[in-house]
Design a protein around this ligand. Sequence first.
Ligand code: PLP
Length: 403
Amino acid sequence: MFQINENYQQLNESYLFSTISKKISAYAAAHPDAKIIRMGIGDVTLPLSPAVIEALHKSVDEMGAKATFRGYGPEQGYDFLREKIAGTDFQRRGINIAADEIFVSDGAKSDTGNIGDILGEDNSVAITDPVYPVYLDTNIMRIGQGDKIHFLASNAANNFLPEIPSRKIDVVYLCYPNNPTGTVMKKAELKKWVEYAREHESLILFDAAYEAFITESDVPHSIFEIEGAEICAIEFRSFSKNAGFTGLRCSYTVVPKALKAKNGKGEKISLHALWKRRQSTKYNETPYIVQRGAEAVYSPEGQKETKALVAYYMENAKTIRNGLEQKGWTVYGGINAPYIWVQCPAGTGDSWGFFDRLLNECLVVGTPGVGFGKNGEGYFRFSSFNSHENTREAVERIKNWKY
Ligand code: PLP
């Protein structure tokens, strides 16, 4: 008999959001008239901006004309997009990242999940807890639970800044602004992680999917703002949350050319070359049309419209944060991120207990903190991806909630 990858059996039975969706469906079936407000999954609600739509239409027409039709694209993405990314997201901020260090992809989920393909199985891996579940699950799929995966507690006691490990860890996942806690790592703190990685020859996998939501000036937008990070870090970015590409799919990963690791013979191997080899073997590029849409994000109108999308959600974040604070709850995040992380108030139960009561008594859905890891127990995540009207109504319902 053939064998399966038994590591899959070590995964939690169902993905967090499928469990939530089953609970909502069951409630909705029993209460068909209930107006449930969903502040759970981090999916955007506003449509793509006009500049993006115009670029998509134009490129669709190009694909229908003999002279401008395109087949397979270049393996790292089209230059027109990579140059805009390098210029706008990095060089304009004084960060020395070149267009050829950028790999365009179909999602930060794919890339953060696939990056393990180029890393050895014996690496020790550190993941913050709570965490975006993809890092943990994809590591379990690849190397199993075992003793190689270490959890870095991120909680109120350490101000959601996990302690730097006292021992050597080979690969560390960091996500800032953070999903799920909405908290950030300021420059001085991130600098310590870069120093740690350089000292121990470790790799930092830095997920900056929420970079566009940063409002405070001392919060780094990229790990490459920290001197020396180019020899110890890979960064993941996405067009999903800032520009509404969750359904369109486009992201990019920065693998600096200076990033090297030693092979078994002690020879220095370029991770850029390995990732290029991996992508060109297993991925046939993000569609041309989508890359043209992403390029439009960098046009003057695109920049203005994208900022307006982000501002819209951040207005919701403020409504949630202020409303819940006025109720006397302990609230984190929501200043540089679209997520608000709330300590479940006394008397409301644990994360799932709070979820059930909020659904049943306020008809509001969020995400139980424990779904993101053990340290998330007793916490709850609200997402600001919703309309102003729904957000205000949900907050009002919660404010009037007697629990
Ligand atoms: N990284 C983090 C931290 C996320 O929260 C998400 C989506 O929720 C992603 C990556 C996925 O982004 P994408 O839509 O580009 O796959």
